[in-house]
Design a protein around this ligand. Sequence first.
Ligand code: PEP
Ligand code: MG
Length: 595
Amino acid sequence: MVELREEETEAGEAFEHRFEGLGVSSGIAIGPAHVIERGLIDLPEYGLAEHEVAGEVERFEEAVAVSTKQLRKLRSKASDLPGAAAEELSYLLDAHLQMLKGSRLVRGVAERIRRQHINAEAAVQGALVEIGQAFAEVSDRYLASRIDDVREVGTRIVRNLSKVPYQAFSSLPQGAIIIAEEITPADTALMDPTKVGGFASALGGAEGHTAIMARSLGLPAVLGVPSLVTTAKPGDLIIVDGTRGHVVVHPSRETVGRYQRRREALLRRQRQLDRLRGIAAITRDGERIGLQCNLELPSELVLAHAAGAEGIGLLRSEFMYMNRDQPPGEEEQYRVLRTIVEGMGGHPVTVRTLDVGSDKLAYSLGEHLSPSVNPALGLRAIRLSLKVRPLLEAQIGAMLRASAHGPVRILLPMITTVGEVKAVRELILRVARRLSRSRVAISDPLPPVGVMIETPGAALAADALAQTADFFSLGTNDLTMYTLAIDRGDEQVAHLYDPLHPAVLRLVQFAIAAARRAHIPVNLCGEMAGNPRFTALLLGLGLRDLSMASPSLPRVKQRILDLDLGEASRRAEQIMLQSDSGVIAALIDDFNALD
Ligand code: PEP
Ligand code: MG
């Protein structure tokens, strides 16, 4: 639930606005706002052949449909705001929605594409210029100012057509706080954590990939805060408290002081934890636990080292495909992977094949990713890789070549059938033969091939999958989403997203048991692994290897050092007899408090 409170500060100063949202990445950032407006993007104009026109009109209509969906979502959130704010924002969004229903803009664009045989982006720009000229002749100042709304709707359509991310954030003032309606994983990939202080947006859920990237980069972030974009002006002082999920615009001097003290305390705690870097993660009763890091970007390698990671448990290869027009080839990927493998100095690097689709979009793959009625159930991850074989071949070639420089493990996302694993294994053998024929060095034996257990189907078929996989990696982010049918990136249902639901835990337990029966290693790389609240439960269920965002590793290690594994296993047994996630949560919290 979102709350808005206004407090008057000293006379003459601006009002302090406080918002509550989803705190998705802990820490406190205080800095000037960088508000992202939807500026018109400079896009090329190109001609179309007669037979391409109908397809282009369809592409435009799809972008209008996506824009409508976004606005409806914002509209439903706007009504959560109290009083006048709700009314004002709703009124504006209604006007925008109205414009998407056969307005002069929408009709004009379709007509331009048909008449002038030009691409949709150019047609939108042309229509905006024409409408702008007509508005300029209107003498009523109120009516004339409505051109801003038309422009805003137009740029929304253009952005949805081109899937162009926000501009790189390189010219921001130090410590800037990015404020936007929506921040995609591709946008987050452009943020340099040494420059950006943190971010907050209206849309997005706690387990979506934007949130995951914020945690990996150690950037404080709050999502799900509507009307921020209209309240905060560029340069305004903003506080983002990702630990508690608060955003404060125009904080008073007292408020700034309070947050500065809390930030200092958090940093002191972090420094204490940093001292654990060289210490092995061993429970009080002597069990050694393997702690690895998840990597979204190569730049995080420094953080993984600083945290004392014993390897990369999950390298999300998606970053190589973001913010570019063409997908990378084998050679480019090989060079990136080689740097990471060498950087890990003999520790294993688990490289996952491409997992785009759903909330992870890469417009370099635009031609292969058509809009899906239900993207999370569509052409995502391994399904896309097996459909577009050259993409998979380039990835596998790069991984095999990188394996000559250190231990590499290949991980396959969104596997649901044994047939998919077999198909990839055949392809790996084929690529290995090709490389060997060309005398290119690869590891011998070939890298192990593992399977993400992240759908209920894969968990329930874990015995069969364990016969074809060399290891399992439990992806509880997607496993929770698909088991409970809750979109992990949708802030409207975030309160229902619950990895402690007995159904999810039973699937986790089932997959661990299957791996044990087949004598293959199993680890967990979902976000649960990085939350010390869940450590006792996960170890109690039998896991001995966890992979997480680097900033989380010291906290989890501290928890392991405090833990008695025998007691944790007994508590996990008790938990697995429960049918209510509220009771399960209480049993976990009690146990953590006792220890
Ligand atoms: C998961 O689903 O738990 C996982 C680790 O993969 P991703 O978050 O990249 O989908
Ligand atoms: Mg996943």
